[in-house]
Design a binder for this molecule. Structure first.
Ligand SMILES: Cc1cc2nc3c(=O)[nH]c(=O)nc-3n(C[C@H](O)[C@H](O)[C@H](O)COP(=O)(O)OP(=O)(O)OC[C@H]3O[C@@H](n4cnc5c(N)ncnc54)[C@H](O)[C@@H]3O)c2cc1C
Length: 292
């Protein structure tokens, strides 16, 4: 299996994926790379295409449940400085896909640009956030995206403008694409006022999710027209635990794990919760998690 001369040195074999995910669960990626530039990212994708290797992109791992069997293919992590760059151009913010959403929001607020402050406290990268259209009750990332640069399978870059992008509740039409860069259209506003709003939103969000540092994921999202907290309460599953895996009693929809918890245990608990809610209320819960 021959990667190009320019990417060969990036390839790591049998890399454990658990440390890259919030749950810290999961087996190895047979191949793993952290490119240092868009050119290296393109070349890696072109190589993988030529070698018929399956590829997965890794942001901050806050929305991934990785099985112990790991992934037989190439995992590309976008965490290097060059792939996390953020730039302000007038009323536009351009972020490389690996930029942390919280850094993007702080940069916008610092530059006196409004639009993203409601999203403060959502973990993850801008790339992961755009794919899943990350958001809160009254706002989502997709509403502010004006352009996305993707890299297609043969390694070439292409721009998708607003008209080609579709965003719905926690979904987009970018699911199977590789996002390299995102351009956001924002509006000027007093920076001090924006900072105040961002901090307030961050405090509220932090209260409504498990503390940072907890091994946790958002296992279920708010169903259309119903309160997730009420549904879980009515089905008597809040705080439901199976060994070292637990559905949070305080924060609706989050699963936390400890010790040697496995992906199978997480999936089993999710199945129990879904079944209980469906029996009780007839509503099928949706999970935003990507199972690897
Ligand atoms: C405590 C906690 C609170 C959360 N709160 C919210 C919330 O309020 N609202 C909300 O919407 N979500 C929330 N989430 C879910 C999560 O934060 C978002 O889904 C986030 O956008 C995922 O980004 P990530 O970088 O961690 O993606 P990852 O988990 O690394 O990846 C998720 C998926 O996106 C793909 N992906 C990542 N980067 C790219 C890329 N550049 N190109 C193509 N595909 C890519 C991956 O392949 C994978 O399929 C929460 C999660 C946690 C743990």
């Amino acid at each position: 299996m021959e990667f190009s001369k320019s990417t060969r040195h990036l390839i790591r074999r049998n890399e454990p994926l658990a440390p890259y995910t919030w749950l810290q669960i999961g087996g190895n990626a047979s191949l793993f790379a952290e490119p240092n530039s868009l050119e290296e990212l393109s070349q890696l994708l072109a190589d993988a295409h030529r070698l018929s290797l399956p590829v997965r992109l890794l942001g901050s791992g806050s929305n991934i449940l990785c099985r112990e069997s790991g992934f037989d293919g190439l995992v590309i992590s976008l965490s290097t400085a060059e792939l996390s760059k953020i730039e302000i151009r007038g009323e536009r913010l351009i972020a490389r896909a690996g930029a942390r959403l919280n850094h993007v929001i702080s940069a916008a607020v610092g530059a006196g640009l409004s639009g993203l402050e409601h999203l403060a406290g959502i973990p993850g990268t801008i790339g992961g956030g755009v794919v899943s259209n990350a958001g809160v009750t009254n706002d989502d990332l997709g509403s502010h995206v004006d352009r996305v640069t993707i890299i297609v399978r043969d390694g070439k870059m292409a721009n998708l403008d607003r008209r080609q992008l579709q965003f719905g509740f926690r979904r987009s039409n970018l699911d199977d694409m590789v996002i390299a860069e995102v351009e956001l259209a924002l509006e000027p506003m007093d920076s001090a006022e924006l900072t105040r709003r961002m901090q307030t939103n961050w405090i509220v969000k932090s209260k409504n999710q498990p503390q940072s540092g907890t091994r946790t994921v958002q296992a279920f999202i708010e169903p259309d027209g119903a309160s997730l907290a009420d549904l879980l309460e009515a089905a008597s599953v809040r705080g439901l635990a199976d060994g070292e895996v637990c559905l949070s009693a305080q924060h609706a929809g989050y699963i936390t794990v400890s010790g040697q918890a496995t992906s199978e245990q997480v999936l089993a608990l999710m199945e129990r919760v879904s079944r209980a809610v469906e029996i009780h209320s007839g509503i099928q819960l949706q999970s935003p998690l990507k199972i690897w």
